[in-house]
Design a protein around this ligand. Structure first.
Ligand code: DAH
Length: 342
């Protein structure tokens, strides 16, 4: 086919018409290939000009190149229009009506079971006139042990039991350090509780390396073991049930004299024995006693004038029992599937 001016103009017109008619990007690509591709019509014209005479060759060559540029331009414009159309369609289809109410109720979080038990405990003691005290979790040996009469060779001081940090301090293994910090330099009467985290080398379904205790102590001029029992009974009734039964077993703590371990009657089996109370009918609740005179003296308090009681108990086990959680580790692993059920 002889490449001529007419031929080129016709080609260009045809191309423009087809481009305008291309309804999709795919169709447009095909039209472009048909005119501008390696085997396309314009390339064919360009190949044919080799056979033309010199002056005609230059003219047709020029015309063919400008036709090529024009077609390219029209293709680009059409591509932009098609892309715009596609984007508008997508945006139209994906349009969000932000005024519509949500399909799902927003899910509110709730307090951790341990926090709930803590708050319940604190509420009881503040209603009895106790104030809340805090102490450091990284504590000196003096406040955790020495001032509490815990001798150097006592197993609680062992690295097997206590997490030591540099400089001879340790993560406190109990909240009893707060007794020393609170009493030193003050004059009785005192009524305090100290809720907080404590740390020990332990891991099992019933023990976790970090757990929570609440410590309580009261010092005044005529305090007896009967006061201690009265307060703990009222506490048990508030926390668990009006029918709670308490049992005090003789025990030894270096910082109290006399000392007792207290248990409460298992509420699930009514003391008949079940899996929760290891078939004993009783559940261990904590330690307590009358503050050792030496401890009072260590804090600068005259033990001939003042006496006091103290107690300390684990908080997590109460949360486990109250919410029916079988393993203490489930409390602290942050698994929402567990915590959401509580
Ligand atoms: N500190 C003891 C422990 O962690 C608990 C305890 C026992 C605290 C007797 C006291 C107490 O204040 O009087 O096992």
């Amino acid at each position: 086919m002889p490449a001529g001016v007419d031929n080129l103009e016709r080609l260009e017109e045809e191309a423009c018409r087809e481009i305008a008619a291309a309804a999709s990007l795919q169709a447009l690509t095909e039209v472009r290939a048909r005119y501008l591709g390696k085997k396309g019509s314009v390339a064919e014209v360009l190949r044919g000009i080799g056979d033309l005479a010199g002056d005609q060759r230059a003219r047709i060559g020029q015309l063919a190149n400008s036709a090529k540029r024009r077609i390219e331009m029209v293709v680009s414009e059409r591509r932009r229009a098609l892309e715009r159309g596609q984007r508008d369609r997508t945006l139209g289809a994906e349009r969000l009506d932000i005024t519509l109410p949500g399909a799902e109720e927003p899910r509110a979080g709730h307090l951790h079971p341990v926090t709930r038990v803590f708050r319940d405990m604190v509420e009881f003691f503040t209603s009895m006139g106790f104030s809340i005290e805090e102490g450091p979790e990284v504590e000196t040996e003096y406040h955790s042990f020495e001032a509490l009469n815990i001798p150097k060779l006592h197993p609680a001081r062992d690295e097997q039991d206590t997490f030591y940090v540099e400089g001879g301090n340790a993560l406190r293994p109990h909240t009893s350090n707060v007794q020393i910090r609170t009493m030193t330099g003050r004059t009785p009467p005192f009524r305090f509780i100290a809720p907080g985290r404590v740390y020990r080398h332990d891991l099992s379904p019933r023990h976790y390396p970090m757990f929570h205790q609440i410590e309580g102590f009261l010092v005044d001029e005529r305090v007896t073991f009967a006061d201690l029992k009265g307060v703990l009974h009222a506490f048990g009734r508030h926390l668990m049930s009006d029918d709670i039964e308490l049992r005090f077993r003789a025990n030894h703590f270096p910082f109290t004299e006399p000392s007792a371990e207290m248990d409460y009657g298992c509420l699930l089996c009514e003391r008949k024995g079940c899996g929760i109370c290891s078939n004993s009918g009783w559940i261990e609740w904590g330690g307590c006693g009358m503050i050792h005179p030496q401890v009072l003296e260590n804090c600068g308090i005259d033990p001939d004038r003042y006496q006091g009681f103290a107690f300390g108990m684990g908080v997590d086990r109460t949360a486990l029992l109250r919410y029916g959680i079988p393993d203490i580790r489930l409390l602290f692993e942050g698994d929402l599937r567990v915590l959401e059920q509580v």
